[in-house]
Design a protein around this ligand. Structure first.
Ligand SMILES: [Zn+2]
Length: 276
């Protein structure tokens, strides 16, 4: 479905949900371990966003709009804390190579460079890394160990002002990316109200998750609880650059691009693994 032209909507990014070519899309799952979700994922906010925050936008707990978007996902289940949502900031990273974001810190960053291997039709990307678990079985999934959200400030402008019709609504984009961050894919049914719809127009403001989003989260984090992750050893093991013969425990880097022809290209460790 190509919506870009007629509705002037832009694909919200994307990167996420790696999967093998021999596994059906319904069985592709990506999720954080319960060990991580006991205290929440520690994702930092680039201090370059600080000037955009207005205390008038804060909620009753004094939390800015970015933290409020994290709290949206936290509220989707009473089992887990997805994000620490403490508002910790960090220095912005503006790499020319998206792989450089795979470091010891997870964050939300502004890019004025964008990346040669990511579509310029994307407002933002969430890049994630994980470990292959249960390879070859019906319960195969990617245990997420690292992710970053990068906003495309080279090609687009964003605003915290929900009434702005000249900039993309930054909290809306972030809420969508945070959904990918916790392993959710795009809502495949255009008729379903969801912040995980893959398009956003310059007029859209989607700052609240929907019942469909809550359902997606609960499905992704089902009763089969994950064991504690070993993220540090994963970081030290390195990433394979081909995706032949998936191995149990190997590190996977996931990228999904939504092209302007409406096709989704899924890359796994740099290799095209699926187009739909
Ligand atoms: Zn997306």
């Amino acid at each position: 479905m190509l919506l870009n032209g007629c509705f002037a909507k832009k694909s919200i990014e994307k990167i996420s949900r790696p999967g093998t070519t021999d596994v059906t899309s319904s069985s592709r799952e990506a999720k954080w371990s319960t060990g991580v979700l006991l205290s929440g994922i520690d994702i930092k906010i680039s201090s370059d966003f600080n000037p955009l925050f207005d205390v008038a936008d804060n909620d009753g707990s004094g939390h800015n709009l970015f933290i409020q978007m994290m709290k949206q996902w936290n509220s989707s289940t009473n089992l887990y804390t997805f994000f620490q949502a403490d508002g910790d900031t960090t220095t912005n990273k503006n790499y020319t190579n998206i792989s450089s974001y795979y470091d010891s810190e997870m964050g939300i960053y502004k890019s004025t460079n964008w990346f040669s291997n990511v579509s310029n039709q994307a407002l933002a990307v969430t890049q994630f890394y994980g470990i292959r678990r249960n390879v070859g079985s019906a319960t195969e999934y990617i245990e997420l160990t690292h992710a970053d959200i990068i906003l495309n400030y080279r090609d687009y402008t964003f605003s915290m002002d929900s009434s702005s019709n000249s900039n993309y609504d930054l909290p809306s984009v972030l809420l969508h990316e945070l959904g990918h961050f916790i392993g959710l894919s795009h809502q495949s049914d255009f008729l379903v109200s969801s912040v995980m719809q893959p398009y956003l127009s310059i007029f859209d403001v989607n700052r609240s998750i929907t019942s469909a989003d809550i359902s997606s989260t609960r499905t992704n984090y089902n009763a089969s609880l994950l064991t504690a992750s070993n993220a540090l050893s994963a970081l030290n093991t390195g990433v394979r650059t081909s995706q032949v013969d998936p191995k149990e425990g190997e590190i996977v880097r996931g990228i999904i691009e939504l092209r302007d022809n409406g096709k989704c290209h899924h890359y796994e460790n740099g290799v095209l693994s699926d187009i739909h």
